[in-house]
Structure formats: structure tokens, C-alpha cells
Design a protein. Structure first.
Length: 175
């Protein structure tokens, strides 16, 4: 197993809030960038997007701590990274004030789903369980995309979720 990179500090990421969003950098990364950060491909350099740095740190933190861990240090670090993402979004995303969801919690949920899917794939989980885990990760990626569209572009999400769009006046079961 490769050595995990541990030197991403939430306070360093929070310092980036003062500098704002550099020209040419997206306010929030897309799900592909988060996934690359979870895999350890990006997010480990000082010039990386603050959110991908936190995404990578959350995945690394979760990977090295047992899921049932009640370590106060673990929980404090996890919450600090979540807050760092939330603070970045609050400072940079023009429609964040109207959003009830936490971008940091969304990144954390996606990191957890990624680690679960990879663990099942590596440990020869049964086909249905592996498929369900990767589907859950895809669902989290879609949720992230919807959240970004809401806080960056003001495109409100459907409060009932994607399934609510299935019934309407033109559906065949409507009389």
C-alpha cells in the first residue's frame, strides 16, 4: 500500500480564503476533479484548488481511520476540512447564501462513497454489492454537480430529488 500524504492542514486551506479565487480557476471543482483528488492524483500541491485539497485530505483521513473510530482527533480533523470547503463556498459562490446544503458535507459523503466502492472492488465483493457501491458514488457525483450548479449559477435543485420529475401532466399513468 502506498504511503498516504498527510500534510494537508485545514488551516492552510482556510488561508486560501483570503486570496480569493484565482483567475481561470473554477469557483468549485467538478466531480471529476473531486474523484481525481480522492484517488490521489491531484490536490496535494500548494497551487491545487482548496476544495480538491480538502477532498484529498478527507479521503486520506477516512482511509487511514477505521469506519467505527470515535477518535476525537479524527472527527475534529474531518469537521475542519468540511468547514474549510463550506467557508470557501461561502466566500466564493455567489448563490451559496440561498443553499441549505453543506458543500463540505457533500465532499465528505462522496469521499466515503468512493472509499467504500474501491474497497469492495479490491476485496472481491459480490457483483451486486460492488455495483450498488459504484452506483452510490455516481449518485453522490450527481448530487455534487447539482449543488455546484445551485451555488455557483443559481440553478435551484428540485426539492423532492430527481425521481420527482418522473410524474407530470404528460406521463402515461396520468388520467
Amino acid at each position: 500500500m502506498a504511503d498516504v500524504h498527510h500534510d494537508i492542514d485545514p488551516m492552510t486551506v482556510l488561508d486560501d480564503l483570503a486570496t480569493g479565487c484565482p483567475s481561470g480557476r473554477a469557483i468549485l471543482p467538478d466531480w471529476h476533479e473531486l474523484y481525481a483528488a480522492f484517488c490521489g492524483h491531484i490536490g496535494d500541491t500548494a497551487d491545487a484548488h482548496p476544495v480538491t485539497r480538502c477532498a484529498r485530505a478527507l479521503a486520506e483521513l477516512r482511509a487511514r481511520v477505521q469506519p467505527d473510530s470515535s477518535s476525537q482527533h479524527y472527527e475534529a480533523a474531518r469537521l475542519a476540512f468540511i468547514r474549510a470547503v463550506d467557508d470557501w463556498a461561502q466566500a466564493q459562490a455567489p448563490f451559496m447564501a440561498g443553499c441549505d446544503d453543506s458543500p463540505g458535507a457533500a465532499v465528505d459523503r462522496m469521499a466515503a462513497a468512493h472509499l467504500e466502492a474501491v474497497a469492495l472492488l479490491r476485496n472481491d465483493g459480490d457483483e451486486q454489492t460492488v455495483h450498488a457501491a459504484w452506483h452510490a458514488l455516481g449518485t453522490r457525483a450527481n448530487e455534487w454537480t447539482d449543488l455546484v450548479n445551485e451555488v455557483v449559477y443559481g440553478q435551484r435543485r428540485n426539492a423532492q430529488g430527481p425521481m420527482a420529475m418522473r410524474s407530470g401532466p404528460f406521463d402515461s399513468d396520468q388520467k
